[in-house]
Design a protein around this ligand. Structure first.
Ligand SMILES: [Zn+2]
Length: 72
């Protein structure tokens, strides 16, 4: 049984709407992917920023500890 043919709202290409296709039902696989990747990238960037902030805080704390331990 063939899959229903849809027209992508982004690029106007016809595509088969397969069960379990990721992304929007009115977008072809090619136009669904970039947005999914973009979302994953944003999440990864946020994780990296968070990790960097934590690393910087830890580094500052370590330097502070070092300075104080020298003084005492
Ligand atoms: Zn498309």
């Amino acid at each position: 049984m063939p899959f229903p043919i849809k027209v992508c709202v982004i690029c106007s290409e016809e595509f088969e709407l397969r069960p379990g296709k990721p992304g929007f039902a009115n977008r072809c696989p090619a136009c669904s992917e970039p947005e999914a990747n973009e979302e994953a990238k944003r999440q990864a960037d946020a994780d990296i920023l968070k990790t960097n902030a934590e690393a910087n805080a830890a580094r500052r704390q370590a330097i502070r500890d070092l300075l104080y331990s020298k003084d005492s």
